[in-house]
Ligand binder design. Structure first.
Ligand code: ATP
Length: 235
């Protein structure tokens, strides 16, 4: 379970996140939605250790992660797929995937995880030796996700996975996240502009505005209740 309390973070003197509170139960998907500039990306960057919070607490399964270096966060089960995905164009699919397991001491399990990723993403298996820059947007998204999964994370932080993808590919990505949640108990914090798709697979919807969480609701309620949608999502 991920618990965030009173988190304050930003880029300079002025904070972007003002006392963010959030609870994501283990084995569930939370979709973080809200207008541009609400602080969604900043929240993910702070959780993954890229930004240092100036106040507040981050607990993963009861363990306080405050001040933990990024590498340690990864070892403790956190994986972040940033906006833009971070695929390295000059490396092959196989090399990109292996990067995701370099830090692992259990080499045998890293190898098993690699095989599992190839089973899960069959197009990647076919393009093992292709370079990152030769892939389509959907394939790059698979690669970024696959690389994160090789670390067998407990918590996956995903920033705009649907960006630039065709609707059919978005649907496939969302279905895969649901499958990972159901089959492996993965906990997912998903930031999405594509609110409908995200709320379609999420257990809870977390609405952010101006650096704060303004409401947290069951995702289906936010998706289906027109009054709530108008009030919080503006459509
Ligand atoms: P978007 O969907 O547009 O990315 P968001 O909800 O993810 O929106 P953030 O990207 O977290 O929002 O941005 C929140 C605020 O932080 C904005 O006012 C933005 O201008 C500011 N900000 C974002 N990145 C930086 C940065 N690297 N340096 C300074 N300010 C930043």
């Amino acid at each position: 379970m991920l618990v965030v309390r009173d988190l304050v973070a930003g880029y300079g003197a002025a904070p972007v996140l003002h006392a963010v509170d959030l609870t994501v139960p283990a084995g569930t998907i939370a979709a973080v939605v809200g207008a541009n500039g609400a602080g969604k990306t900043t929240l993910l960057r702070t959780l993954s250790g890229m930004l240092r919070p100036s106040a507040g607490r981050i607990l993963l399964d009861g363990e306080d992660l405050g001040g933990t270096p990024v590498e340690q966060l990864v070892r403790r089960g956190m994986a972040h797929v940033p906006e833009g995905r971070g695929v390295i164009g000059e490396l092959t699919v196989d090399e990109n995937l292996r990067l995701g397991g370099l830090w692992r001491r259990d080499r045998a399990d890293a190898g098993r995880a690699l095989d599992e990723v190839y089973q899960l993403f069959e197009p990647l298996a076919r393009r093992r030796r292709h370079h990152g820059h030769q892939l389509s947007g959907g394939e790059r998204q698979m690669l970024a996700l696959g690389r994160a999964l090789i670390g067998r994370p407990r918590l996956l932080l995903l920033d705009e996975p649907s960006l630039g993808l065709a609707p059919r590919v978005v649907a496939r990505t969302m279905a895969l996240l649901r499958q990972l949640r159901d089959d492996t108990g993965l906990t997912v914090l998903l930031v999405e502009q594509n609110v409908r798709s995200a709320l379609g697979i999420a257990d809870q919807g977390v609405v952010m505005s101006l650096g704060r969480v303004v409401t947290t609701r069951p995702a289906a309620e936010l998706r289906d209740d027109a009054d709530l949608r108008h009030a919080y999502l503006g459509f």
